[in-house]
Design a protein around this ligand. Sequence first.
Ligand code: DX5
Ligand code: ZN
Length: 218
Amino acid sequence: MILAPSLLSSDFGRLAEELLALEQAGLEWVHWDVMDGHFVPNITFGPPVIKALRKRSRLFFDVHLMIAEPERYLEAFAEAGADLLVVHAEASSHLPRTLSEIRRLGMKRGVALNPATPLHALEYVLPELDLVLLMSVNPGFGGQKFMPLTYRKLADLRGLISRSDSQALVQVDGGVDPGNTAALVKAGADVLVSGSAFFNFPPYAERLGVFAKAAAGA
Ligand code: DX5
Ligand code: ZN
């Protein structure tokens, strides 16, 4: 199980220190929740902030675009140093074109689905994906309650992936904590995003260990 801490719950006034602390604690991924105030009510950060932190961190930058018209910003996020770019199926009218552009720009490709969006929204692009992000909360905020419908959707996605010989990793994002980690890993999650249940419980190395122990119990 890969744990990807969501910076949305980190101290924005000390992002460089937070990223260093994650690296020193043994994390390999970090999850950037990019929000534009249109696709979701909140506004967070964009390419200039990610670019500034790129030279300060060796972590894998998993960039979750909760923005309208993501195709307008692919080049900017590639230039900022995103390693993985995840666009919402609900925000992309031409997904195949967007995904080939993300690959042309040298980034890994992911598609995110909001809780009620059916899996078949990504069925025909699944073989091209490096990752599928299942939202387990309504996007826009940290600290929300995990939605149990995610378990069935996760199992259904696993079935879809095995039938389409896709290599996509499955990521679950929202309301994840050590209490639901084992069930999520058992249901087929490869990557777990955690914001509040991670950053609110320092020291980070110990907190990583709590998640890892929970995942091992799956
Ligand atoms: C919500 C974001 C999530 C969120 C996770 O729109 O996509 O990544 O920050 O935060 P928690 O773990 O606190 O639900
Ligand atoms: Zn996210």
